[in-house]
Design a protein around this ligand. Sequence first.
Ligand code: HEC
Ligand code: HEC
Length: 299
Amino acid sequence: MWAIINDPATQITLVVSVIMIAVMVYVIKYVAGHMQKSSASVPAGEQTFDGIAEGISPTPVGLHFIMGGLIIFFFWYIFAGYPIWTWTQEGQYDDEVAAYKQTFDETWKNADENTLIAMGESIFNAKCVACHGYTGEGQNGMAANLVEYGTEKHISKVIRNGSKGLGYLTPIMPPQAPVLEVLFGKENLEKNISDAAAYVMQLSGRTPAHGNPAEGLIVFKAVCQTCHGPEGKGRGPGGNIPNFSKDLTTYATDVDVIRTLQLGKKGDIGIMPNFAAEGTLSEIQYRAVAAFVSTELHN
Ligand code: HEC
Ligand code: HEC
């Protein structure tokens, strides 16, 4: 409880309160003392009303000092005090949150994978379920289905329908099915999509269960490489433009989830908030929620 006294705002309030109480007690005593003295007399003015004259005592000197002091304080506060002493409640709040995050990250910096996942689950419950739902399936299309996110099924959907809203230099990935149909024939569309999805799985270090990644590579080189780059790192046709499009070598891994949270996404489904702008997650919390999304939710 006494820890509160460490706070400068509380200290100032306390000191001012004590001074005010002392002044009040003094004034009450002074006034009460005067009222009791029958000899106290005030010179009468000229105006009378029914024999009652207006008193013309001068204003107490103290009041002049208080008034003058207040005026000086007013100018000092507006022109010097406030601009120089830039304390604000929000600023203090931000500082305290930043300090807390640092202690939090310091405490958990060596947390093992299981601890991170457990922590990630509670962050997910607090921050993500409102849109993605308790099961992570996106509540019937209200938000992305995170159970499917990163699976061949999801990649196939992306190839078919395109994607947008992550803020890369290429603002949208248009639906690729029409391109594939023109290049490889309508009858091969399903197989081409499935193989390309398998290749993306392999690119990001996972084992595809359905398509054939070797054949997917042919599709990738013909169609996807223009934007995702020769190595799939999202660096454009020559592989040398940063942020040209999405890096598929980390697709749906922790890195990717963290990047998505920090970028936000204004896509076809809806708007995913930008957690970096919101500033509520600490570094360990990003890692924890990403670990939860990229492991637990997928299985
Ligand atoms: C015209 C450029 C372009 C082409 C061609 C392209 N992509 Fe993309 N791709 C992008 C961009 C840009 C993004 C990031 C979109 C966003 O902001 O959500 C992206 C995102 C993705 C994603 C992640 C989407 C998500 O929301 O999870 C996958 C997977 C993907 N591309 C695979 C492919 C595959 C496979 C091909 C080839 C069949 C391909 N892309 C062709 C530009 C392209
Ligand atoms: C206000 C609702 C909302 C909240 C809160 C929210 N999301 Fe999302 N999220 C979305 C929507 C909507 C999309 C789909 C955006 C689109 O493509 O249209 C999405 C997409 C995603 C994607 C897929 C991005 C891609 O590249 O396809 C991931 C991963 C994700 N969210 C993770 C999270 C995590 C983790 C949290 C909690 C820390 C979270 N989201 C909180 C609405 C939300």
